[in-house]
Design a protein around this ligand. Sequence first.
Ligand code: GLA
Length: 364
Amino acid sequence: MAYEVTSPGRVNLVGEHTDYTGGYVMPLATNLHTRLVAEPAADVDVYSAALDRRASFSVGDVDRADTWADYVRGVYYVLDREGYAPGGFRGHLDGSLPLGSGLSSSASLELAVLAFLDEAYDLGIDPEEAARLGQRVENEFVGVSCGIMDQFAVGLSRAGHVLHLDTESLEYDQVAFPEDVQVVVFHTGVERELKDSAYNRRRETVERALDRLGRETSKAVTATELASLPARERKRLGFVTRENRRVLRARDALSDGDAARLGDVLVAAHRDIARNFEASCEELDAFVEAALDAGAYGARLTGAGWGGSAVALVDADEGQSFVERVSQRYEERFPDLEPTAHLIRPSAGVTTEHREGLSVPERP
Ligand code: GLA
């Protein structure tokens, strides 16, 4: 009898590059998901259908291998450091979540493995701890200094809602997402090759600015403090402080069911991240402009930036025609790129089922 884990991806509506400064974020979990079917075993043997790759290792072997399976190995590494000692598993990974397109497929995989191990070996890990452990897989094992937004959204989202999270206190609430609004995610076809180094550099600059001000969180930074910073730090941290305020405005607009106001916040966020955080690119900017011309309430890059994906909000009954119009215009401008678009439903965080008659698929 095997376990089936359904683990979503995430789209951030607003609150970018705030989660490593104790700021606010407002992501949602996607109906695109990673699926893990697995059963306990002595060692680990896991097959990824999307990559057509298999990885095997023994539970005691937690060295980094510089492959996709580091997200699995890393889970064992952090669990071991926390004193948990789960056994291995035989598993099959597939699902609809595209890999490496800015929808947090890595957080989705980490949380899928954690959820399975928690159930199968009765580890007693609560969802918040799982999110923290997932982040540590990235920080301590894979080597990406990300914040906690992705893992939290993948683990704790609720269907039909967006998550409003304070990344300092980890207090959160779920805000209902209007049924008459469609979330569209558009992958630009630009891989984020520079992402990790640029991401880590931005993080360093913002942390240096906070250190200089003696502040633990970007939420507390005042205009006078900002004005006292060297130009580059002021520019980067200035964006982050305005972004925190935009999350609160977006939350209010959502609570009022006001899609137009919400859209305006997203557009302001995009212009600010492009100009002052310099995390956009020509393709993302072109998508945002095309989306607004095609009647979107708002659009912006989502995730780290420098390529990857953008999000747009449109009327619920216009999703498909919007995608067609915007894709056509985008492809005319960038004929060599292969963009993809998805209509997204705000969905539940990771879930696990233990079902009679379910078995791990045989390897091809
Ligand atoms: C990546 C990171 C997140 C967050 C975003 C930017 O997705 O994994 O933790 O910092 O970038 O908001």
